[in-house]
Design a binder for this molecule. Structure first.
Ligand SMILES: Nc1ncnc2c1ncn2[C@@H]1O[C@H](COP(=O)(O)OP(=O)(O)O)[C@@H](O)[C@H]1O
Ligand SMILES: [Mg+2]
Length: 331
């Protein structure tokens, strides 16, 4: 069943106190069993390894620390401790399925690597403002129990492209050293083709260094997330580098209802005219619907009521629609 070399290697690693190697060989054995079609045996070995590992809380091959970055990195990375979970975000079923796949690949990344596969880790979120991209980034970090580092693009991108490229390298070096979720929010600022700019050649150089840095193998499996409202501004070459592109969109009727229910809690709302409310909310973003619902809750609190009616909600949704129109006219 198992070959003698593997047993000897396990004994040797045990003698040397190299537990990681010990588990790694055990997982290799599990992998070869799986290849032979012995799925039950493979699962048994893998679960035994997972069990011992989590007992010794050494599941991660790289220690995870929530340390605040220091030195120059301090101005480039903003550390956030994620408090959200995926269930806090109202998402399209396809998007949440893909996120769950990603989480599974990340959680079982050792197992994938034992089989010579690399877990997905470069992800782009595309969608209109207020559709929950930033929020989902936090929820993803929350699910993975990893720190969320938001890259401060305003400090990263300077007038001097050489400097920008150097800072970018610093950030990427950090992703290799410290496992985490790294969010390049409003990513089009770096990823843009910048046709209008007269610094085209320089910007290309920054973009090229970004592409090369993205390709670098990353033993920590840090997750690189880009989020953008303007995918059309992104270079095609860049889009292709992502393992996964997830599209966020305006909420569907069903999602509108879920969002309102979520943000009206903990107040009671027994008899809302849902059909009318959903119609009124159509065209608004998730964020606008969330804010409208919260406004309705605030009004009720100030009125010292604990029940909401349809008018409370409709009025606030209409306010948001008006605000949107007002902004639309400015453009
Ligand atoms: N899909 C969603 N589910 C629940 N709340 C949402 C969702 N999208 C947006 N929100 C609310 O709106 C706020 C702003 O959303 P955000 O994640 O910043 O949007 P984006 O990054 O796409 O512009 C969030 O903090 C949350 O309160
Ligand atoms: Mg955002």
């Amino acid at each position: 069943m198992t070959n003698t070399k593997q047993i000897l290697a396990m004994l040797k690693s045990q003698a040397e106190g190299d537990t990681d190697r010990f588990y790694s060989i055990a997982l290799q054995i599990a992998a070869s069993e799986a290849r032979k079609g012995h799925r039950a045996t493979a699962t048994e070995i893998r679960e035994a390894v997972d069990g011992v590992r989590s007992k010794n809380s050494r599941g991660a091959s790289v220690p995870i620390s929530f340390a605040q970055p220091r030195g120059e990195l301090e101005s480039l990375l903003d550390l956030q401790e994620p408090k959200l979970k995926l269930t806090d975000v109202v998402l399209q079923p396809t998007v949440s399925e893909r996120l769950k796949d990603l989480i599974r690949e990340q959680v079982k990344r050792d197992w994938l690597r034992e089989h010579g596969k690399t877990p997905n880790r470069r992800v782009l979120f595309v969608g209109p403002p207020g559709s929950g991209k930033t929020m989902t980034a936090e929820a993803l970090a929350g699910e993975l129990k990893l720190p969320l580092y938001v890259i401060r693009l305003e400090s990263l991108i300077t007038r001097y492209m050489g400097e920008t490229a150097a800072k970018l390298r610093l950030v990427f070096d950090e992703t290799l050293k410290r496992r985490g979720v790294y969010l390049f929010d409003e990513f089009d600022a770096i990823g843009g083709t910048r046709k209008a700019s007269n610094d085209v050649a320089e910007m290309r150089r920054v973009l090229n260094s970004f592409l090369q840095l993205m390709e670098k193998p990353n033993a920590t499996d840090s997750v690189l997330l880009g989020a953008t409202n303007h995918p059309e501004l992104l270079d095609q070459a860049l889009l292709r580098r992502f393992d996964l592109v997830l599209e966020f969109d305006l909420p569907t009727d069903e999602q509108i209802k879920k969002l309102i229910q979520k943000y009206l809690r903990p107040l009671k709302f027994p008899r809302l005219r849902w059909k009318e409310i959903v119609e009124c909310a159509r065209g608004l973003s998730q964020s606008e619907i969330a804010r409208a619902s919260e406004d309705a809750v605030k009004t009720a609190i100030l009125d010292e009521r604990n029940t909401l009616n349809s008018e409370d909600v409709l009025r606030r949704l209409k306010d948001r629609a008006d605000m949107r129109r007002a902004f639309g006219q400015i453009k």
